[in-house]
Design a binder for this molecule. Structure first.
Ligand code: CU
Length: 381
């Protein structure tokens, strides 16, 4: 059964993606003919990936020269609940949507070992937007269930970058909207700088991955539930082609970052929000706050914009925004297409502790009834 599914998906890939496969084959040949890179003296460090919105421990300012930074990641196909009673046959990097944020420094070498578990049904790979050549590594990482592969690439450009599965043809968008994306943050070795080039740091970093899901409904208008990803493909593809998502979520489910799962902070803390969307545009906005420094395209060699109200995340990119919380309370971090935020799911909450600053805002008169005969409301022009 498993073999049949894997073969089925492989066949769909081969039939519909000749151009991508041709490129992949060429890239592989180039890779085999390449010059040797001697990294035998390069120091190594290994990071254990953690589930978003959290990020593995890392230095902001590199205390050493370039290193080989090792990661291990498992591909997990599994059913997830995206809201009450609505299920998705998801495909994930390391079991979460988005996949974990990886953090390295410019000049480091990323060495990823990717595992496609034997219980999975499909071929997968990884395309790093931060990498150079071979379809971002996608051409060198295509693995069947039960296989693993190790890719090394040099992180030459600082910034936040998407990674995603790209196994060829129509498998590419399907795997991405089934959850297979994440991001890597390549920090400048000296850490982040503000718009004047002065060093700045963050007290916390949160990684928010936005997903657009296309979950089919049956003839009665009920969301359909499938036995596995392969069974969901045909119906899902029909919804995908309409380009109207049924859900737009942060971190894989409606409410994944609200209530008990809210992000937390304190007044006076600098919080870095990394936001990725691998497929579709978004427009993050922090209700009641701002972007103090925003690398809208996520690329740290460009000076950040300051004082933004809303910023733009291009589909296929990851951006970063730094904000120092100045007031306590519950903030909503939303996609400011408010239909997507409120009706489709793209809302996170940040619960901020601290002391209220009446200089910044104060309720001078609490809501109170007034007598129109005595105290008429202001005249209209
Ligand atoms: Cu995949």
């Amino acid at each position: 059964m498993l073999t049949r599914r894997a073969t089925l998906m492989g066949a769909a890939l081969a039939a519909s993606a000749p151009i991508v496969l041709a490129n992949a084959a060429a890239a592989k040949a180039d890779y085999r003919d390449g010059t040797d890179a001697d990294l035998s003296n390069m120091p190594r460090i290994k990071h254990k990936l953690v589930k978003p919105p959290f990020v593995h421990e890392h230095e902001q300012v590199a205390s050493t020269g370039p290193r080989i930074v090792e990661f291990e990641m498992q591909i997990v196909e599994k059913e997830v609940q995206v809201e009450d009673g609505v299920y998705l046959q998801a495909m994930t990097f390391h079991g979460s949507m988005p996949g974990p944020l990886m953090v390295v420094h410019e000049g480091d070498y990323v060495e990823l070992t990717l595992y496609n578990g034997p219980d999975n049904l499909m071929q997968h790979n990884i395309d790093f937007h931060s990498a150079t050549g071979a379809l971002g590594g996608g051409a060198l990482t295509l693995i069947n269930p039960g296989e693993k592969v190790t890719l090394r690439f040099k992180a030459t450009r600082p910034g936040t970058f998407v990674y995603h599965c790209a196994p060829g043809g129509p498998m590419i968008p399907w795997h991405v909207v089934s959850g297979m994306s994440g991001a890597i943050m390549v920090l400048p070795r000296e850490g982040l700088s503000d718009q004047n080039g002065d060093p700045i740091s963050y007290d916390r970093v949160y990684y928010i991955g936005e997903n657009d899901f296309y979950i089919p409904k049956d003839e009665n208008g009920e969301y359909m539930r499938f036995a596995d990803a392969g069974e969901s493909y045909a119906d899902t593809l029909e919804v995908m082609k309409g380009l109207i998502p049924t859900h737009v979520t942060f971190n894989g489910a409606v409410g994944a970052l609200t209530g008990e799962n809210s992000l937390t902070s304190e007044v006076g803390e600098n919080v870095l929000f990394v936001h990725s969307q691998a497929n579709r545009d978004s427009r993050p906005h922090l209700i009641g706050g701002h972007g103090d420094l925003v690398w809208e395209t996520g690329k740290f060699n460009n000076a950040p914009e300051v004082d933004l109200e809303t910023w733009f995340i291009r589909g296929g990119s990851a951006g970063a925004a730094l904000y120092k919380f100045r007031q306590p309370g519950v903030y909503a971090y939303v996609n400011h297409n408010l239909i997507e935020a409120v009706n489709l799911g793209a809302t996170a909450h940040v619960v901020v502790e601290g002391v209220w600053d009446n200089d910044l805002m104060e309720q001078i008169v609490a809501p109170v009834e007034y007598d129109e005969a005595v105290e008429s409301s202001p005249a209209l022009p």
